[in-house]
Structures are given as structure tokens and as C-alpha cells.
Design a protein around this ligand. Structure first.
Ligand code: ZN
Length: 255
């Protein structure tokens, strides 16, 4: 068993979103050839989902969140950055407006998933590595004070986006300190990696078993992020191929 190196920002940087990345059919063929074992969530006592940006929780684990909440599991969403840096070249006042918009979008999306009060930490988008230690402390506090001894899901430490990786590292530190079970979910891996890619810890990968109902909730929730998917002045932040690919591959975590 090999240990995959963490930190894949150079891989993502070499394949920016102006390129379509790895197509869904390539992933589906790979996942069909070597199906991932599924994760048993029946013993999940509660879940804290940590997202680097407002939308990562929905894109990465939206159906899992909806399904767990519907089965009576307490799910808390912690949105770390304010999402203000999504539009390159925006003025400071445009960034402030975008942060407010994304906070509303997050509330709308998570309420569709069944989570009523997402926690927005409001840290500066694009600079989360600078706050990694403090974020680790905050997450440890959240995990420690939650009554249910929850599991913690966070963006993967090797996802290729500096903010996603910083959140993953901070969550890993918090989980090591509190004894919480850590699940890491990829978002941008589906863009820059490929099946059998040695940068991906496939031995730790588990597929979530999802109902059609929960996938439907995720689709509805994802539509709330207008600022990310609809063409603005500079075009949509997330190109049109992103969502269909995420829905095609389903939800996967690294244990
Ligand atoms: Zn993100």
C-alpha cells in the first residue's frame, strides 16, 4: 500500500478551468473497472461538514448531507472563507457584495439540504493557508463541544486548490486532537486527476450510497449558487461542464 503525497496545487495549476479537464465518461469507465467500496454511514453519530468556499459542501457532499439529515443525523456546515475572490479583477466593493451574495446562496442551498444555520467564518478567500493553525483550533473547538461526537468531513488535503488543501490540513489536525473520524472529499480532483492516478489515495476512497431523492435535493441546492454558475460580467466562475461531471461521478470520500 502506498501513501499518496499530499499537495497537488501544481497539478491543478497546470490544468486550469479554461480546459475541460478529465471528462466524466473517462471517470465512469475507471470507476466501473475498479468500483470503490461504499462507506457505511449507519453509525455516523453526527457530521460537521467543513467547506473552503460557500458551495463546496453542496458540490462535494450535498446528497450525503440531505440523506443524513433526513435520517435524523445532526449535520452542521462550517463555511470557512467568504468566497469574495471568485471574480478576478473585482473591486473591493464588488468583493464585499459578492461575499454577501454567497452567504445568502449558502443559506438557501443548505436549507434545501435540511441544514438551517450554516456557520460562516468569513476568512479571506484565497488566503486560508495563512489561517490554518487558527482554523485548526476553531474546528477542534466545534468538534469538542458538539454533543454527538460527530465525524468531520472537509475538502481533501490533496485537492489541488490551496484553500481546499489548507482546510483539509486544519481539519486533519482538529480530528487528530479530538479523536473525531475524518472524511476528506475531493472537488477539483475530478478536474485535474484521472482514474488510477498515483496522486490520489485510492486505497482510502469510499463511495457514498445515495438515494435518487437525496441527489435531487443536491441538484436543487446547487442551483442556488447563481453567482458561480450564471454568466456575469466576466462569465461564470464555474464553467458549465463542472456540475454535470460532479453529478456523474457521485460523492466520494477518503477515509
Ligand atoms: Zn472551493
Amino acid at each position: 500500500m502506498h501513501t499518496a503525497p499530499t499537495g497537488n496545487c501544481a497539478r491543478f495549476a497546470a490544468k486550469p478551468l479554461t480546459h475541460a479537464g478529465t471528462p466524466a465518461p473517462v471517470w465512469l469507465a475507471g470507476l466501473n473497472r475498479e468500483p470503490l467500496p461504499s462507506l457505511d454511514v449507519s453509525k455516523c453519530p453526527g457530521l460537521v461538514v467543513v467547506a473552503a468556499h460557500p458551495d463546496d459542501e453542496t458540490l462535494g457532499l450535498g446528497a450525503t448531507i440531505a440523506q443524513l439529515v433526513a435520517s435524523g443525523v445532526d449535520v452542521q456546515v462550517v463555511s470557512v472563507s467568504d468566497g469574495s475572490a471568485a471574480q478576478p479583477g473585482a473591486t473591493p466593493s464588488e468583493q464585499t457584495r459578492l461575499a454577501a451574495t454567497r452567504k445568502h446562496e449558502l443559506r438557501d442551498a443548505t436549507s434545501i439540504l435540511g441544514v438551517t444555520a450554516p456557520m460562516s467564518l468569513g476568512l479571506p478567500d484565497g488566503q486560508l493557508a495563512d489561517y490554518e493553525n487558527r482554523l485548526g483550533d476553531v474546528l477542534a473547538w466545534i468538534l469538542d463541544t458538539a454533543g454527538t461526537r460527530p465525524w468531520c468531513a472537509a475538502t481533501w488535503r490533496g485537492d489541488g486548490h490551496p484553500d481546499h488543501e489548507a482546510v483539509g490540513r486544519a481539519a486533519a489536525t482538529a480530528c487528530a486532537r479530538t479523536g473525531a473520524t475524518l472524511l476528506e472529499y475531493p472537488i477539483w480532483m475530478w478536474h485535474w486527476a484521472g482514474p488510477s492516478d498515483s496522486a490520489v489515495p485510492w486505497d482510502r476512497a469510499r463511495a457514498m450510497l445515495l438515494s435518487e431523492w437525496s441527489i435531487g435535493r443536491k441538484k436543487q441546492a446547487a442551483r442556488c449558487f447563481h453567482s458561480q454558475f450564471e454568466p456575469g460580467g466576466a462569465g461564470p466562475v464555474l464553467p458549465a461542464f463542472v456540475l454535470p461531471r460532479l453529478f456523474a461521478v457521485g460523492e466520494v470520500v477518503f477515509l
